[in-house]
Unconditional design. Structure first.
Length: 80
């Protein structure tokens, strides 16, 4: 079986740290995830996903990117 992986870098300025904590927390509580997903925070958010099947990789990419977008949109909506 082939192994598939993806690496995503996200920079959101002042929101980067908040987005990281939001998305990383969600990943901690998904025990049945068929992919291995790691998050690192530096100047950018680094998301690394490994999967045995391409469909699992695609599904995790879609979910993760939607969570990032939702976090960003939520932060933007409460700007003071």
């Amino acid at each position: 079986m082939s192994n598939y992986n993806a690496k995503i870098e996200i920079s959101a300025g002042k929101r980067t740290k908040s987005i990281f904590h939001s998305v990383e927390t969600d990943n901690k509580f998904y025990d049945e995830n068929p992919t291995k997903t790691n998050f690192l925070l530096g100047k950018k958010i680094m998301i690394m996903i490994d999967a045995q099947e391409i469909s699992h990789l695609r599904a995790n990419l879609n979910s993760t990117l939607r969570l990032v977008q939702a976090s960003n949109d939520s932060i933007e909506s409460v700007k003071i």
